[in-house]
Write a protein that binds this ligand. Structure first.
Ligand SMILES: [Zn+2]
Length: 82
């Protein structure tokens, strides 16, 4: 479980675990948001770096209480401009 599929609607009521989308995080700061495949809640990644091929670094640790998800992930079909 490390490849996240692109889903532009992933925070709009039909959250599919293991998907991602672009997200504006506070004012104009762009980041990506993912749906945690373990707890199925949304996570923003403002302190992570995403390469042009979608590789996220460092590894992602879910911050939701009680969730133990921790993995290196890749964003499928990632484009830096989206
Ligand atoms: Zn989680």
């Amino acid at each position: 479980m490390g490849v996240f599929a692109y889903d532009p609607d992933c925070l709009r009521g039909r959250a599919v675990p293991g998907t991602w989308r672009h997200w504006v995080y506070m004012q104009d700061q762009k980041t990506v948001a993912i749906i945690c495949p373990a707890c199925q809640r949304a996570l923003c990644l403002p302190t992570h770096t995403v390469s042009n091929t979608g590789a996220v670094s460092p590894s992602v640790v879910c911050t939701h209480p009680g969730c133990t998800f921790h993995a290196f992930i890749t964003l499928k079909d990632y484009s830096p401009h989206g």
